[in-house]
Design a protein around this ligand. Structure first.
Ligand SMILES: C[S@@+](CC[C@H](N)C(=O)[O-])C[C@H]1O[C@@H](n2cnc3c(N)ncnc32)[C@H](O)[C@@H]1O
Ligand SMILES: [Zn+2]
Length: 234
């Protein structure tokens, strides 16, 4: 038996091609933080939710964001700021990244890491529930990254299209759940976290996105992410 799954070996090889992850410290800190934060939360690590994005996903988004000249990014689900730092580098000098998170501990960490990496003038951490914060924002963002949804269409789904500029990109993380839902094979029993209808809920959201005439959607398998281009004419 190999000691690592084939996809994990491939990820390791690909990551090794690119040298050090500039924000690895924040990714590592997110993993450690979750364990500590979980001890104070009834819902444990899932309630904290600070699972950092994969470096491979951020490299894909870096290429996409730079090629499209993105200057303004909105993120739902800041965690400790790992993906926000990548976006801050992608938008470059004069660009802006706003990232929302519900936990004060996460907001404090995002601000601290933004300063540490010299991105304090590019990253704004917004505290609160996405449902409460999104109505206070004005578009138009070049990229909206939803890393907050998990397991079902989020309540703020329709608000996202209004914040995204026509021709902009809605990026939706956490679509690894779709493979688990469709194949019935999952390393985790998601029904314990998301409830008994989770697989149908995830598939319903995929169908809803694909049928939404405002977008042209691609579901990427690895790294698992959905890219929804906001049609200029819809
Ligand atoms: C997957 S983590 C984000 C990871 C981060 N983007 C990164 O790459 O490091 C999800 C985060 O979203 C936050 N979150 C989830 N749903 C939210 C909501 N509706 N409003 C505000 N924050 C939310 C959680 O507190 C958690 O920190
Ligand atoms: Zn936390």
């Amino acid at each position: 038996m190999p000691d690592k799954s084939e996809p994990a070996r491939l990820d390791d090889f690909l990551l090794g091609l690119h040298g050090a992850d500039p924000f690895a410290e924040v990714s590592d800190a997110s993993e450690a933080h979750r364990v500590e934060h979980a001890s104070t939360l009834a819902g444990g690590e899932q309630e904290c939710g600070a699972y950092p994005s994969s470096a491979l996903k951020m490299r894909l988004l870096a290429a996409t964001g730079r090629a499209t000249g993105a200057k303004r990014v909105l993120e739902i689900g800041g965690g400790l700021g790992y993906s926000a730092l990548w976006f801050a580098e992608i938008v470059g000098e004069g660009g802006r990244v706003e990232t929302i998170d519900r936990f004060a501990e996460h907001i404090e960490a995002i601000r601290r890491y933004a300063e540490r990496f010299g991105m304090g003038d590019r990253i704004t951490a917004l505290a609160g529930e996405a449902d409460d914060v999104l109505p206070t924002l004005d578009g138009a963002y070049d990229i909206v990254h939803d890393d907050g949804w998990f397991g079902a269409q989020p309540s703020y789904y329709d608000r996202l299209a209004g914040l995204l500029r026509p021709g902009g990109l809605l990026v939706l993380s956490n679509w690894f759940l779709l493979e688990h839902a469709v194949t019935g094979q999952s390393p985790v029993d998601w029904s314990e976290v998301l409830g008994p209808t989770w697989a149908e809920d995830v598939k319903s959201y995929a169908r809803r996105l694909a049928a939404d005439e405002r977008y042209d959607v691609s579901f990427v398998q690895n790294p698992a992410v959905a890219l929804a281009y906001r049609r200029p004419d819809a």
